[in-house]
Design a protein around this ligand. Structure first.
Ligand code: SF4
Length: 372
């Protein structure tokens, strides 16, 4: 199969390779041996759709309200940052301009001209001497901000190598869904930075390509790693949690342990998913384990249509007493029908229900959350 990265690390993998150098080869070997399959998450699929809109490949009407808000916010943050940097804007979501490139793969090369690593810039806009590289990130988890981000460092260096008459590259990361940390971050690279950038990228690449590269488990490194169910180091880290006497831990030790809980949960989930896949393919694949017979769940497709069909035999009040209504879904339906904003729709529904004392607010239990 054609590999546009030509067997080298892509810029988007460099951070992972920096955290766990052994993960690159471990995943390639497991994929080649059909031990794992590439993963697609709801977040990554959403990210691809939003990127397609930013590239003008997909109509914004194909998105839901939250996603449209994210696109609008990304565009606003982008325009604000351009103004702060004093750069002219060529960019239009729907029309590609002459001084820009979108989704262009660029290569960092070694002094002998051989290829080291590649990356794709979402948007690259050029002036006479200056370039702005913008990377839209639509994930919810914080990413490394622009000054330490190896992905934009790679595309920036590749561009400086390619275009010897350009002296400055601004690399901008916009992450509209980030709840904590930076939604916008920017770094300036100049020709004088090129040597340091090259050595940083080369070091990460070389370590990752080393057959004996260390595998270093951590919540961040293992989060999306395909081999976490097979990885001895990640499994050992998860097992060490089981042997911990939690009641004896000091608060600081507990803080570290909470980080590792997340990793252990991911490993457990990945292990269960792999076991299910193996047992689905062959009922005897795992000694002592079987898949239970799949159960059946019957649901009513449409409450409204069921109500119409059953009204002659079921009293309407009985029907309404057992139907549950989600405030979120009701507000969303009201928003779409009336063409009003999400906030206005929610407010109207809540105010009317509150007037008749039909809202009940109950306390939920506190959840653990990281305070960054
Ligand atoms: S599971 Fe974690 S430790 Fe193992 S290779 Fe992947 S990232 Fe590294």
């Amino acid at each position: 199969m054609y590999d546009e990265r030509e067997g080298k690390l892509s810029s988007s993998y460099l951070e992972q390779a920096d955290l766990c150098p052994g993960s690159w080869l471990a995943q390639r070997k497991a994929l080649a041996a059909d031990l794992v399959t590439p993963m697609s998450t709801a977040d990554s699929e959403e990210g691809q759709r939003l990127h397609s809109v930013m590239e003008g490949q997909l109509e914004i009407e194909a998105l839901d309200g939250n996603q449209v808000a994210a696109i609008q916010k990304a565009e606003r943050l982008y325009q604000e940052t351009r103004q702060l940097l004093g750069l002219r804007s060529h960019w239009d979501r729907l029309v590609a301009g002459p001084n820009e490139a979108r989704e262009l793969r660029v290569w960092v090369v070694n002094p002998d001209g051989s290829k080291l690593a590649s990356g794709k810039a979402d948007l690259m806009e050029m002036d006479d001497t200056t370039t702005l590289i913008t990377d839209w990130k639509f994930g919810r988890l914080d990413v490394e901000s622009a000054p330490g981000n190896l992905q934009v460092m790679t595309t920036s260096l590749a561009h400086l190598q390619d275009e010897s008459h350009r002296n400055k590259v601004y690399a901008l990361i916009i992450q509209p869904f980030a709840e904590k940390g930076h939604q916008t971050s920017v770094v300036l690279y100049q020709r004088s930075n090129m040597t340091a950038m090259y050595h940083r990228i080369k070091t990460v690449e070389e370590r990752a390509m080393d057959e004996h590269a260390m595998r270093r488990p951590s919540p961040k490194a293992c989060r999306y790693c395909l081999v976490k169910a097979l990885c001895p180091e990640a499994n050992a880290a998860a097992i060490s949690i089981v042997n911990t006497k939690v009641e004896e831990l000091a608060p600081q030790q507990l803080a570290e342990l909470l980080e590792r809980f997340e990793m252990a949960t991911k490993i457990i989930d990945a292990g269960k998913a792999r076991a299910k896949a193996l047992l689905t393919a062959s009922a005897d694949a795992i000694p002592g384990w079987k898949l239970s017979d799949p159960g059946k769940k019957t649901t009513i497709r449409s409450v409204q249509r069921a109500f119409n069909v059953l009204r002659s035999v079921v009293h309407p009040e009985d029907m309404l007493n057992v139907a549950s209504i989600s405030l979120d879904q009701l507000s969303e339906a009201h928003r779409i029908r009336c063409g009003i904003s999400k906030t206005a729709a929610r407010q109207q529904i809540e105010e009317m229900l509150a007037q008749y004392d039909l809202l009940e607010i109950t306390a939920t239990s506190a959840r653990l959350r990281k305070d960054i």
